[in-house]
Design a protein around this ligand. Structure first.
Ligand SMILES: *[C@@H]1O[C@H](CO)[C@@H](O)[C@H](O)[C@H]1NC(C)=O
Ligand SMILES: *[C@@H]1O[C@H](CO)[C@@H](O)[C@H](O)[C@H]1NC(C)=O
Ligand SMILES: [Zn+2]
Length: 357
């Protein structure tokens, strides 16, 4: 009974908490709709940075990029999400991925569905690379890229149609009547699984049934493992907090932490140089020391798969908010966050170019 009461209580608290943000949600909706009304169709194989685009729009864009740049881009259907959506990524390479001496940089976003601000930067990276609109072409000529913009398609779609603040995937079958659903994909990787995560499916950090129980996590894990001789840098883009973080998630430092930290500083410095004046400078450090301890992380799975430079980016908070409204996005700032994050990604790619070519 007590348990039941406390469950009801926490459930209504959650509702109340979200209702508190109704006004802000409406505002985000209004601005996105307004931006959509104003945006012209950006043309084949281009996407706008005037708002956050939905799953269908992004997948259409990826298809167009692949067919418009066949010599440069390969679209990979990596497998299906829990609900059966495709997980799609691009391989971008001037040498058709065949030059095994070239290092690979792997960037992914939206492992956590509600972190909408993380999507424009990966799309911006694609746009920059395929259109060749680069300040230094060597990040394309000397480096191959894997870019996975929507790692959690079910959650992302759900965050558009149902619950803007949804974080996990949409896996069911973990609880009678599916009162609670979804696994935190960034606690589901096969590394220190279960140490600092939740066994309760109602929790935002529920780690799933066993390591890699979730198809979306398995897909990312497969990319890391099957290219681990060539991927030299992995950036898992999240929000929020203006941070660049590295392992291990339990607070023990990766063995090359000094060099990982140095590359992290180069990326953060590149972002800080062009960031908005009202956002804080980036913090670089071990994820447990800067943020909190966590296990089953994609970042740590990168490290354990011998990717020497494996990071989490935490992009800036929305208006420095501390509640869930920190995940909202002002369409007028999408271009800015895409551009500044790209500066960091590009600085990372240059570091890799210099070290491995
Ligand atoms: C996604 O955007 C397209 C094009 O603007 C629209 O037709 C579609 O209804 C949107 N899907 C969702 C789930 O909002
Ligand atoms: C090229 O990139 C710059 C920013 O670096 C941007 O302002 C410009 O619009 C881009 N050009 C095209 C054709 O996309
Ligand atoms: Zn996240």
């Amino acid at each position: 009974m007590l348990l039941y009461l406390s469950f009801l209580l926490s459930f209504s608290l959650v509702l109340a908490k979200h209702e508190m943000y109704d006004g802000l949600l409406d505002e985000e909706d209004r601005l996105m709709v307004e931006a959509k009304r104003k945006s012209q169709r950006f043309g084949t194989a281009r996407i706008g940075f005037d708002r956050v685009y939905n799953l269908t729009e992004v997948y259409t864009y990826l298809e167009e990029v692949a067919s418009s740049y066949p010599d440069l881009v390969t679209l990979v259907n990596a497998g299906k999400s829990f609900e059966g959506r495709d997980v799609k990524y691009l391989k971008i390479s001037t040498t058709n991925f065949e030059d095994t001496s070239k290092p690979i940089v792997f960037v992914e976003s939206l492992l956590h569905a509600r972190e909408w601000v993380t999507l424009p930067p990966t799309l911006y990276a694609i746009d920059k690379l395929v259109t060749g609109n680069l300040t230094e072409s060597s990040v394309l000529d000397k480096v191959d890229w894997i870019i996975l913009p929507i790692a959690n398609p079910d959650g992302y779609e759900f965050s558009h149609v149902q619950n803007r603040f949804w974080r996990k995937n949409r896996a069911t079958g973990y609880m009678a009547n599916d009162v609670c659903v979804g696994v935190d994909l960034n606690r589901n990787f096969d590394i220190t699984w279960g140490d600092f995560s939740s066994n309760n499916v109602c929790s935002e950090t529920f780690h799933g049934r066993h390591p890699f129980s979730e198809p979306e996590a398995r897909i990312v894990g497969d990319i890391l493992r099957s290219n681990n001789n060539r991927i030299k840098m992995f950036m898992d883009i999240h929000s929020t907090g203006s941070m660049i973080l590295y392992g291990w998630g339990d607070g023990v430092l990766v063995s090359n932490a000094l060099s990982v930290h140095a590359a992290g500083i180069q990326m953060a410095t590149a972002i800080d140089a062009v960031k908005t004046h009202w956002n804080p400078y980036y913090t670089v450090g071990n994820s447990a020391l800067v943020l909190y301890r966590a296990s089953g992380l994609a970042m740590d799975y990168g490290s354990v798969s011998n990717i020497p430079y494996s990071y989490v980016y935490e992009l800036p908070r929305h208006r420095n908010a501390l509640g869930v409204d920190r995940f909202l996005v002002d369409p007028a700032l999408v271009q800015q966050f895409a551009m500044e994050t790209w500066e960091g990604i590009q600085a990372g790619a240059k570091f890799i170019r210099d070290k491995y070519t």
